[in-house]
Design a protein around this ligand. Structure first.
Ligand SMILES: Cc1cc2nc3c(=O)[nH]c(=O)nc-3n(C[C@H](O)[C@H](O)[C@H](O)COP(=O)(O)OP(=O)(O)OC[C@H]3O[C@@H](n4cnc5c(N)ncnc54)[C@H](O)[C@@H]3O)c2cc1C
Length: 416
């Protein structure tokens, strides 16, 4: 893998940047691999990366229906955090945040990781109790939540001028999660792709899987694509909102629903806000990008949906919630809106397991799963390679739905 450094930048700059080798190769698609990973989103790429890095499995094809970084990996609002509620969840997200912090150095690719912290703005006593509970549980697992007063909250976020004593929901205080960060999501996809390629793995774009194939023994045998049948004894499905569409081709129903989550950005403005601001009672969150745009997200659209834009009602609700706390943003122009379709399980926790079809693995239910990408890849690779669940992921087995042993998680989305 060619190293990126100040020196190499200077050297290639002298040659007008014509001497860089391609970051990854496009190889011919073969008929057989040791492992097929379906979906070159964050979870698929991270799985392929850790299969090669940790387990020496390099005979891998990652099959992507669209293009690298075209799924939710580049549609999210890049909030990385570990302020979850459950004992099962927090250690997993702590690990993921740590892996993100090391990513630029480990993959020699600048992901622009910025640990800017997140502040929750609390406006109801119910939410205050939820956050105090989280604080104690997080403390047990090495993740930080610090309660701050309303005065301190306003000092740290000067643009937050709403929510005063006369408001319908006055601000009661805040919680700071210092480990929270943002980074550059397309860089994460490219960084993994480059590393996978350097270790011998293959990424095939424009290669949708239309069907999974079982052998006569009932095991997974491979996949069908418009480019032909590709065989492998192990297949990992990492296709986000399309999980059930694929698994149902081998008769496998999963307890997942697909829903639309959206975001929008404002025109760029001067530096205003240097933390991620999350307002769970109002129902929105925002941060400011390096370009100056305010990146704003709201509550999900609760209906089953495959749409990739924002519903007018969701947009209006999010904007009116934002203006109740940031009235000065009224004059801001909105530049872009978009959405993604994500799958969510009944208990809002992920599913990562080998399925009832031997050799077929799924990683799904990643509502708010951008932050989970490195640890999700690490743990799925462990399961695929060794056949044993990684301890960090063991509670998220699909068997929990059989035993009604749910991990009911209130920390999955930021906005509620
Ligand atoms: C608006 C929005 C804001 C968000 N904000 C955050 C946030 O701030 N923090 C956070 O942690 N998470 C956030 N998320 C969620 C996060 O983006 C997802 O949970 C995460 O990206 C899921 O990763 P993935 O790898 O499972 O899916 P994806 O990145 O979507 O990858 C799945 C890939 O599979 C491909 N695919 C689908 N079907 C097939 C097929 N049949 N054959 C081959 N390939 C296929 C798709 O093209 C896609 O590239 C947000 C999501 C949205 C939409």
């Amino acid at each position: 893998m060619q190293r990126y450094s100040l020196l190499s930048l200077l050297r290639h700059g002298l040659n007008r940047h014509t001497t860089w080798a391609p970051a990854w190769r496009s190889l011919p698609l073969r008929e057989r691999y040791e492992v097929i990973v379906i979906g070159a989103g964050g979870h698929g790429l991270a799985t392929a990366y850790y299969l090669a890095k940790e387990h020496g499995i390099t005979d891998i094809a990652v099959l992507e229906s669209g293009w690298l970084g075209g799924g939710n990996i580049a549609r999210n609002t890049v909030t990385i955090r570990s302020n979850y509620m459950r004992d099962a969840s927090i250690p997993f997200y702590v690990k993921s945040v740590t892996l993100y912090e090391q990513m630029t150095r480990e993959l020699n690719f600048n992901t622009m990781h910025s640990r800017r912290g997140m502040i929750d703005v609390i406006q109801t006593w119910g939410m205050m109790r939820d956050r105090r509970r989280r604080q104690h549980i997080m403390d047990l697992h090495g993740s930080t939540y610090e309660q701050i007063t309303t005065a301190e909250l306003r000092r740290r976020i000067p643009a937050l001028t709403g929510g005063g004593a006369e408001a319908r929901l006055p601000i009661l205080g805040g919680f700071v999660h210092p480990e929270a960060a943002v980074n550059r999501h397309d860089a994460v996809a490219w960084a993994y792709a480059r590393a996978i390629n350097a270790m011998g793995g293959e990424i095939h774009q424009q290669t949708p899987v239309t069907q999974l194939m079982r052998g006569p023994d009932g095991r997974i045998a491979g996949v069908v694509t418009p480019r032909g049948v590709i065989r492998a004894p192990k297949v990992a499905v990492a296709v986000s909102g399309h999980t059930t569409t694929l698994t149902e081709t081998v008769g496998l129903k999963l307890p997942l629903r697909t829903m639309n989550l959206t975001a929008f950005v404002s025109e760029p403005v001067q530096p205003l806000i240097d933390v991620i601001v999350n307002c769970p009672d109002a129902g929105f969150y925002l941060s400011q990008s390096d370009k100056g745009e305010l990146v704003i997200g709201g509550a999900p659209d609760p209906g089953q949906s495959f749409r990739r834009d924002i519903k007018q009602t969701v947009f209006e609700d999010t904007v009116s919630a934002m203006l109740s706390l940031f009235p000065a943003f009224k004059g801001l122009k909105m530049l872009r809106q978009w959405g993604g379709h994500l799958d969510i399980a009944h208990d809002a926790s992920p599913i990562q397991d080998e399925t009832d079809v031997p050799g077929l693995f799924v990683t799904a239910g990643w509502w708010g799963g951008y932050k989970a990408i490195p640890a999700g890849g690490l743990t799925l690779a462990h399961l695929v390679a060794t056949g044993r669940p990684h301890p960090l992921m063991a509670p998220f087995s699909i068997k929990r739905f059989r035993h009604l042993d749910y991990v009911m998680e209130s920390g999955t989305t930021t906005a509620r």
